[in-house]
Write a protein of this length. Structure first.
Length: 377
């Protein structure tokens, strides 16, 4: 009994001493690749950049270094898109990553900040409730009441800290933020300074500072950017994957990474089911089957690559814990139904019509059809 308790206490102490983050930051997950790139990177670097623009692009797009180190691709898409984004950060213009949901805007933003500044955590998450303090600064009210306005009582925002350090700040979902909060960025981006009138001071941006914002194409009309603010950004549109095979590769790679971070038991190759999920999403998204012969109705959801990754990850967990470890049609059917049918009144009709007119008639898809019919009811 004593030995058992000692062993349990030892295991508990080990877990407490070395907790593992569920999702480490990019600069932690890919620290080895960043070090390898820095070691061979002999090209000019903008001030306070950890890597040259060429090395940052290589980190994002992947490649093999002269010493044989393989840099895994973080973004699969047009090379020019990444090059324009990186070049923008080397100028005095801020970068706005624009695209429909699931085009890896947040992913690209995080990895750009990690490669440029070695820190992707200087983040403002935009929501309808984001206050101006999150972009500018706030106050420690206990010290404010006790001492009055002072530098010690001031609580800098991630943007203000990035300005002081010459680092890269990130603003996620910019168009979700109220217009008056968005506009608090105008002085920061145009004058490169953040006034603190309560102290009669200002925080000037140190060389190396820049800002990456992301915005959703589907959110136009929620809180549109003012023309004054939009002029301060260079906008880069991230497209959806160009081909089905490209999207299959993206989904497979991310599912493997997520499964590894979650400690899911390794599953057998599920490429066939991934290809089915991607095919369904692309056809419903485009409103036409892959061969161009049959038009289909599109549901209200976005059916993005990110949602395909979620469906396959959920299916992989089902196969690993409640199946034989092989990803099958039944493992992804419920996830697809949840992704497609957001509005039961309209999307349900679209989904059933697609099943009966397309999936039912497709060779080799009978197991998929039966699984989807079973969960659809």
């Amino acid at each position: 009994m004593t030995d058992s308790r000692t062993a349990e206490a030892s295991e508990t102490a080990e877990v407490a001493a070395a907790p593992q983050a569920l999702r480490p930051h990019a600069e932690e997950s890919f620290a080895g690749e960043l070090r390898a790139l820095a070691a061979v990177d002999d090209r000019p670097r903008p001030e306070r950049w950890r890597l040259s623009p060429w090395a940052v692009a290589t980190y994002l797009l992947g490649g093999e270094l002269p010493d044989g180190t393989v840099i895994t691709p973080k973004y699969i898409g047009p090379r020019r898109v990444v090059e324009v984004a990186v070049a923008t950060l080397a100028t005095d213009r801020a970068l706005l990553l624009l695209g429909v949901p699931g085009t890896a805007k947040t992913w690209v933003s995080e990895h750009l900040a990690a490669a440029v500044s070695g820190d992707s955590t200087l983040l403002v998450q935009g929501t309808a409730g984001t206050a101006e303090d999150a972009v500018r600064y706030g106050w420690n009210y206990a010290r404010l009441l006790a001492e009055g306005p002072s530098r010690d009582a001031l609580v800098p925002s991630p943007v203000m800290r990035a300005m002081a350090r010459g680092a890269t700040a990130r603003v996620e979902e910019l168009t979700r933020m109220p217009a008056e909060v968005q506009d608090s960025l105008i002085t920061v981006l145009s004058e490169k300074t953040l006034p603190v009138p309560e102290l009669g001071e200002e925080q000037q941006a140190v060389r190396g500072f820049n800002l990456i914002a992301t915005a959703n194409d589907r959110d136009r009309g929620v809180n549109d950017l003012s023309s004054a603010l939009r002029r301060r950004f260079n906008t880069v549109v991230l497209p959806l994957p160009g081909t089905a095979e490209e999207e299959v590769g993206i989904v497979a790679r991310r599912v493997e990474q997520i499964g590894s971070s979650l400690g899911l038991p390794p599953a057998a190759d599920g490429t066939d089911e991934i290809r089915r999920v991607v095919t369904v999403f692309r056809e419903l998204r485009d409103g036409v089957t892959g061969d161009g012969r049959t038009k289909v109705k599109s549901p209200s959801g976005t059916l993005s690559t990110a949602e395909a990754i979620s469906v396959v990850t959920g299916g992989t967990a089902l196969a690993a814990h409640f199946g034989d470890g092989v990803l099958r049609a039944g493992d992804v059917a419920a996830g697809i139904l949840g992704a497609v049918v957001r509005d039961p009144a309209t999307d349900g009709v679209v989904w059933k019509e697609y099943l009966e007119t397309v999936v039912r008639e497709r060779d080799g898809w009978q197991d998929f059809y039966r699984a989807c019919r079973e969960v659809s009811g």
